[in-house]
Ligand binder design. Structure first.
Ligand SMILES: Cc1cc2nc3c(=O)[nH]c(=O)nc-3n(C[C@H](O)[C@H](O)[C@H](O)COP(=O)(O)OP(=O)(O)OC[C@H]3O[C@@H](n4cnc5c(N)ncnc54)[C@H](O)[C@@H]3O)c2cc1C
Length: 418
């Protein structure tokens, strides 16, 4: 019987990205029968949802998928999009997961007789256990007032962004200073295109510091091993935007003040828009200061680790603010400023509308402990801080998937024994 003809399988994994296939790797090792359903192609997010010049922000050595750690020549470098896809394809080929592509799960519900019903665009399956590995980046966020902006100004979300030449001539306003926003701004700046950046409250990180990548120091210091249940400020960890920095050109720090000196127009957070008028909060200086505070906090953390360990590491010059805004600009006319396009880089929301299982809290966030929900046999994987900082990234997915596979295997054994 081919997989397409099967209607029941012990375990169904929904999503063929690194998270779903890492769980599959462990289930294969445990001989647990399962199928991975992917609506597009494996690793679709890396293949098709990243811009042309995209490269990792985390160093290559953090790519540690089960049985498939990065083995290239540049562990301290940052793979480009096609290299990431190659690395991932190699992972999938290393173990041949039972993956069915082009199958979209449209509804998951519990069956009265136990287990789950999984409806897809290619028929209905039943299973004993479900792993949701659908990623956290389904719906691009765009504010409602974007609809009121003059149609002459082209707007896209970072999801649609490929390269500067895709946007019309003239200036571009990039909104948001998460990792995508600052890297897209940098893409325009490097091509000599006029670009403005609406600076939000995101923190930033040093890149190279005292002779090594900041993430190397933090890894050694145990920062990435801190679990969410032991985190000193779990609410902040769960809600804060990622620290911005870049892996471009071998890795670089992003000090927006330097970009301002080089001609990038910095503005505060966008507050609203109508026609060609856009309003901003008077928070540019505060946001720059806060980002620097987080940057300096990481430097202090690393300094303390170096001192405690007695490591001989080169000193760094003290941080200097090379630019500050002369005044807060709270209103601009986009056309007068030469802005002909806007790129919204303010994030995504997951879409769980297809999951009809009582595993969500009042804000529709999945309730779980390390991915294990309180609904027997129902799991999530691949989400930020599912357990540690690395959970929604390459670094932590091996540990998380091993943990989940153990739980799945134990349940499958108890179901068989019953
Ligand atoms: C812009 C960006 C940059 C990033 N940079 C880094 C980085 O530098 N380093 C790092 O470690 N991490 C990075 N990440 C985070 C993380 O590594 C990626 O988001 C990664 O893609 C997560 O893998 P995943 O398998 O959890 O989810 P995804 O890769 O999103 O895979 C989920 C899969 O599920 C499929 N799917 C969804 N719904 C359904 C359905 N209903 N039915 C069937 N299939 C479905 C999707 O098509 C998709 O293929 C970045 C993320 C983003 C968005």
């Amino acid at each position: 019987m081919s997989d397409f003809e099967k209607t029941h399988v012990p375990v169904l994994i929904i999503g063929g990205g690194q998270a779903g296939l890492s769980v599959s790797w462990y289930l294969m090792r445990e001989n647990i029968e399962h199928v991975v359903l992917e609506r597009h192609r494996r690793f679709e997010s890396w293949r098709n949802n990243r811009w042309d010049s995209f490269c990792l922000v985390t160093p290559n050595w953090q790519c540690r998928l089960p049985g498939w750690s990065y083995a290239g020549k540049d562990p301290d470098g940052f793979m480009l999009k096609n290299e990431i896809v190659e690395y991932l394809d190699g992972f999938a080929e290393s173990f041949g997961p039972p993956l069915l592509e082009g199958i979209e799960v449209t509804r998951v519900s519990m069956r009265d007789e136990g287990g789950y019903q999984v409806e897809t665009n290619r028929g209905t399956w039943t299973c004993d256990q479900v792993v949701v590995a659908s990623g956290g980046y389904d719906d691009p966020i765009v504010p409602a007032y974007a609809a009121d902006i003059d149609p002459g100004i082209v707007q896209i979300h970072s999801r649609q962004y490929l390269r500067p030449s895709q946007m019309p001539n003239g200036g571009t306003l990039v909104v948001g200073t998460g990792q995508s926003g600052v890297q897209i701004m940098d893409d325009f700046h490097l091509e000599g295109r006029a670009v403005h950046l609406a600076v939000g409250p995101a923190p930033r990180s040093p890149r190279k510091y005292r002779g090594r990548d900041a993430t190397d120091w933090l890894y050694d210091a145990g920062t990435y091993a801190v679990t969410i249940d032991r985190h000193p400020d779990p609410v902040k960890a769960l809600t804060q935007t990622n620290h911005y920095m870049s892996g471009r050109d071998g890795g670089k720090e992003i000090d927006l003040r330097k970009y301002a000196l080089e001609g990038v127009g910095l503005l505060g957070s966008v507050a609203g828009a109508k026609g060609t008028a856009m309003t901003f909060l008077p928070d540019l200086e505060k946001n720059l200061d806060d980002a620097d505070r987080s940057y300096l906090g990481i430097r202090t953390q690393i300094d303390a680790w170096i001192a405690r360990q007695g490591i001989d590491a080169p000193e760094e010059p003290p941080f200097e603010k090379v630019w500050r805004p002369q005044r807060e600009i709270t209103e601009v006319d986009l056309t007068a400023l030469g802005i002909s396009s806007i790129i919204w880089a303010i994030g995504f929301r997951p879409d769980y509308s297809w999951i009809e299982v009582d595993c969500f809290d009042e804000r529709h966030k999945p309730r779980f402990n390390r991915g294990v929900t309180d609904v027997p046999g129902f799991y999530f994987i691949g989400l930020g801080w599912l357990n540690t900082w690395g959970s929604g990234r390459f670094l932590g997915i091996d540990e998380d998937s091993r943990y989940l596979a153990d739980k799945i295997a134990a349940r499958q054994k108890s179901l068989l024994a019953a």
